[in-house]
Design a protein around this ligand. Structure first.
Ligand code: MTE
Ligand code: MO
Length: 443
């Protein structure tokens, strides 16, 4: 029913405007329409519920943003175009820094937090969006210019957060759903979203803090319009609802976090693509730990890795040497206990790698005292991760190896036989397998 009569001849607004306004007024009052506050009947909605969830997301999303930026820096994208998945970033790369090699579990931690926290926050995000959904239908669409700006920023906020969560989770769960484009989508999406997030936080966080502190019924102003004017009888207390949302988050945490550990703990990671009962290399063939891409998947032919065929080609300012695996084994071999930590969030615990130091290989080709950057190429012919560049600080670290063994056994084909790079603190993508060529110096 539309009650139009009341406002028809308001002074200063012609009859046409009057009708339109009255029509909107009707939509605001008719409880059958979602634009009317009376349409929304959950007694849970209100400033307290929205504010608690909002403050949890304020902390959580800030951590996601920072660990996400850090993850991009960890690729050393400014070192070489092959490391850079977002070459058009321009000034958004202002913060890039030389990725360190200490502590050796650095990327395992930052990226484990990024992915596991992102998954854990899903129920909180959904509950927060549910708690404010009546505002989506608010009429009039804009009361003033500033109100219009605010609503546009909310569209960017909600669209942005959904976009970031969906692209992130799909990328972790299904490899290559966005062929070649996940990184730019997630990276630019993050900046757009975070800009809207900062505006939103600046406008709303003070009231949210007040609302959480105030006692029941004392919340004023901000968010009061979320309280249903004709609530259904409660079936759930607000604290119970919060516990339910928190319980969902905890369940996701417990079924994801195992992806950052080995053995029985990994089996608890039911939701992670490299958790649960995911196949790993059989014990004895280089240790039972995770394999992301097998030799068959990467198109490595056994003929090219046989000892009589394979040569490691090392080039530097002093010239080029070609080394057989036997030549490599005659060089000083060193051990390093290092994990593999993938951008997808999963990681292994420290594995015992044994091989030749990268800086010793640099010394062989004329870089004895100041190891430079290196460009690493594998036998693989296709795929973005068939090659990678490492920075001088990574080459210089005595734990950075061209590994020939892992956990006391020769590398298996799937672990990168005949040789793989392993570097402390680096993302898995820089630990190139089936290495064929190392080029030291100007990249
Ligand atoms: N040649 C080659 N090396 C590679 C890759 C690849 O696709 N090709 N993937 C990298 C990525 S993204 C990760 S996370 C690690 C994973 O190591 P794993 O496959 O042994 O688990 O290997 C890295 N080394
Ligand atoms: Mo990876």
């Amino acid at each position: 029913m539309i009650r139009a009569g009341r406002q028809r001849f308001v002074i200063g607004s012609g009859p046409v405007h009057g009708v339109r306004r009255a029509y909107r007024q009707g939509m605001r009052d008719d409880p059958r329409l979602p634009s009317s506050p009376g349409f929304w009947r959950s007694p849970l909605r209100g400033p307290w519920f929205t504010s608690v969830l909002g403050l949890v997301l304020l902390v959580g999303i800030t951590v996601l943003f920072v660990t996400g930026l850090v993850s991009y820096a960890a690729y050393n994208p400014d070192l070489s175009p092959v490391n850079d998945q977002t070459p058009g970033k321009g000034i958004l790369g202002f913060y890039l820094f030389d990725w360190p090699t200490h502590p050796h579990w650095l990327y395992r931690l930052t990226q484990g937090v990024h992915v596991t926290l992102g998954i854990t926050l899903v129920p909180i995000l959904l509950a927060k969006l549910w708690s404010v959904v009546p505002k989506l239908f608010e009429l009039p669409p804009a009361r003033s210019f500033t109100h219009a700006l605010e609503r546009i920023s909310l569209l960017l906020l909600v669209g942005g957060v959904l976009f970031e969560f969906v692209t992130g989770i799909l990328n972790v769960q299904l490899d290559y759903v966005f062929p070649g484009s996940f990184y730019p989508l997630h990276f630019y999406g993050a900046w757009v979203f975070f800009a809207a997030f900062v505006v939103h936080v600046a406008l709303r966080a003070p009231a949210a803090v007040r609302n959480v502190r105030a006692r029941r019924g004392e919340q004023v102003g901000e968010g009061a319009e979320l309280v249903s004017p004709r609530p259904d009888p409660p079936t759930f207390s607000r604290r119970g609802a919060l516990g339910f949302v928190g319980g969902g988050a905890l369940l996701l945490l417990l079924t994801t976090v195992g992806q950052s550990f080995d053995g029985l703990l990994r089996r608890t990671a039911l939701l992670a693509p490299h958790g649960g009962g995911d196949p790993e290399s059989p014990p004895g063939s280089g240790g039972g730990f995770q394999i992301n891409k097998t030799a068959a998947y990467a198109g490595i032919r056994t003929g090219e890795t046989r000892t009589d065929a394979w040569r490691l080609v090392v080039t530097g300012r002093g010239g080029t040497v070609r080394l057989t695996r036997a030549d490599l084994l005659r060089l000083p071999l060193h051990d390093a206990a290092l994990p593999i930590a993938c951008v997808e969030g999963w990681s292994t615990s420290d594995q015992r790698w044994r091989g030749v130091r990268l800086r010793d290989l640099a010394a062989l080709v004329g870089h004895a005292d100041d190891p430079p950057d290196v460009f690493v190429e594998s036998l693989q012919r296709h795929g973005a991760f068939r090659h990678a560049a490492l920075r001088a600080n990574q080459v210089a670290d005595p734990r950075s190896l061209l590994a020939l063994y892992v956990n006391g056994a020769e590398l298996s084909p799937d672990h990168g036989y005949p040789a793989r790079v392993i570097v402390p603190a680096a993302p898995g993508v820089l630990n190139t397998k089936w290495v064929a060529r190392l080029t030291f110096g100007d990249l």
